[in-house]
Design a protein around this ligand. Structure first.
Ligand code: CA
Length: 226
């Protein structure tokens, strides 16, 4: 589950951002001033930071600059007010990755968060091979074996497994899988994901009716366990 750190002092803004991020399935941490934000950004290792510019004790600009000088390269999305046009420029200069201007649409903000998280995840070294139970996967050659015998998997099935394995232990939603595995090439429905998972279980699970690796998380999605 991706961790979002919200550094913001306006109570209503905090509530709105926190609710929306939690609804998306992110783990949320909040800091209400610049100093606390800097501390949490360093110690809690969030996956992305939403950083307000006008903050008590230390400005968002200074928080951003300090984090970058310390070598912390977590994606930072600045929240600027329309009247603070200059902050965007300065923000990007001190190392912010992106900004949104208040008032912003929450949908837009969430899309940006997803995009940044996706970009950051791609930078993680790709898994070349992986073994679970009696299944061996080689993602480089798109080859698989189960119990020592060749196992036929489609390219799509490899990609689903790759994504689940990369996020093993975490809840992966159907929307995430659609975004990551199907992309925007077509507009499949979430049912498509379930059908593929069912087929995949037939191939890799010892007992597909009682899966040990590709677990259903009720109403949320799936979780991969080794
Ligand atoms: Ca503020």
């Amino acid at each position: 589950m991706a961790k979002v750190l919200i550094i913001e002092d306006e109570p209503n803004m905090v509530i709105g951002l926190k609710d929306s991020c939690e609804y998306e399935g992110y783990e949320v941490s909040v800091a209400r001033n610049g100093k606390e934000g800097l501390e949490k950004a360093s110690t809690e290792k969030p996956d992305i930071i939403l950083l307000d510019v006008m903050l008590p004790l230390m400005s968002g600009i200074d928080v951003c600059r300090t984090l970058r000088t310390r070598g912390i390269d977590t994606p930072i999305l600045m929240l600027t007010a329309r009247s603070q046009e200059i902050d965007k420029v300065v923000g990007l200069e001190v190392g912010a990755d992106d900004y949104v201007t208040k008032p912003f649409s929450i949908k837009e903000l969430l899309a940006r968060i997803r995009a940044h998280l996706r970009r950051a995840a791609k930078q993680v070294v790709e898994i070349e091979s992986f073994t679970f139970g009696d299944v061996e996967l080689n993602f480089k050659r798109y080859a698989a074996r189960k119990g020592g015998r060749a196992l036929e998997l489609s390219a799509r099935e490899f990609e689903i497994l790759r994504y689940l394995i990369r996020h093993r232990g975490e809840i992966v939603t159907r929307d995430q899988l659609l975004d990551e595995v199907w992309g925007y090439e077509s507009s499949p429905v979430t049912r498509t994901v379930d059908n593929h998972i069912a087929k995949l279980r037939q191939k890799v699970e010892q007992d597909p009716s009682a899966p040990q690796h590709i677990i259903t998380v009720h109403r949320l999605g799936y979780r991969f366990l080794e």
